[in-house]
Design a binder for this molecule. Structure first.
Ligand code: HEM
Length: 165
């Protein structure tokens, strides 16, 4: 008598990526969130001077980023989140608008089950310390008109996120 029947591989939980519905769902989520962010009265201005290509690239990068973290077949090659948002001037108010007016309502509207919605929400919110609080790069320059732009805000002592945060 063998025990082969008991030795089957443990059943692997499907990834968040698959539970959300795979590539089409993640793409839809990424493009809808960015589209609504651009149209939002509180944060839309951040995209005022973005070109079509820049916005399209941002969405592709967002899909790669979410796909990689959520267990999909993606590799994100863009900048880390602090670098991507440093100098953008994202405030607490903008963050609240993003979640209260765009992200949270989307869970209900797109019938994302409670467990998946919670995982998506925890994931997105975990980036708050490296998305919120940077001054705009132009504000830093105006305060330090002789700053070497290529050396960045760090060169005039503006460190964001602050070390250890
Ligand atoms: C109010 C909050 C936010 C605003 C206004 C915002 C805005 C932006 C903008 C305008 C870009 C494009 C940068 C560029 O063209 O160089 C960008 C990049 C990006 N954002 Fe956000 N963002 C916010 C929050 C978040 C959150 C919570 C995440 C989740 C992790 C996120 C993920 C990304 C990613 C992955 C990119 C890089 C895409 C790439 O370069 O490949 N953002 N964000």
């Amino acid at each position: 008598m063998t025990h082969i029947a008991n030795q089957s591989a443990p059943i692997e939980e499907p990834s968040l990526y698959d539970r959300l519905g795979g590539l089409e769902s993640v793409k839809f989520l990424a493009k809808t969130l960015v589209q609504r962010a651009m149209l939002n009265p509180t944060i839309g201005h951040i995209w005022n001077h973005k070109t079509q290509a820049e916005v399209q690239e941002e969405i592709s990068g967002f899909v790669e980023f979410l796909g990689e973290h959520w267990g999909g077949p993606h590799t994100y090659t863009g900048p880390d989140m602090a670098t991507a948002h440093r100098g953008m001037g994202i405030t607490e108010e903008y963050w609240t608008a993003l979640f209260d007016e765009i992200v949270t309502p989307a869970y209900v509207e797109f019938n994302i089950p409670e467990r998946e919605a919670r995982e998506v929400d925890e994931f997105l919110r975990s980036f708050k310390p490296v998305v919120v609080g940077s001054p705009t790069f132009k504000d830093v320059l105006q305060e330090h008109p002789d700053m070497d732009i290529m050396e960045g805000m760090e060169s005039v002592g503006v460190r964001w996120p602050a070390a250890g945060s």
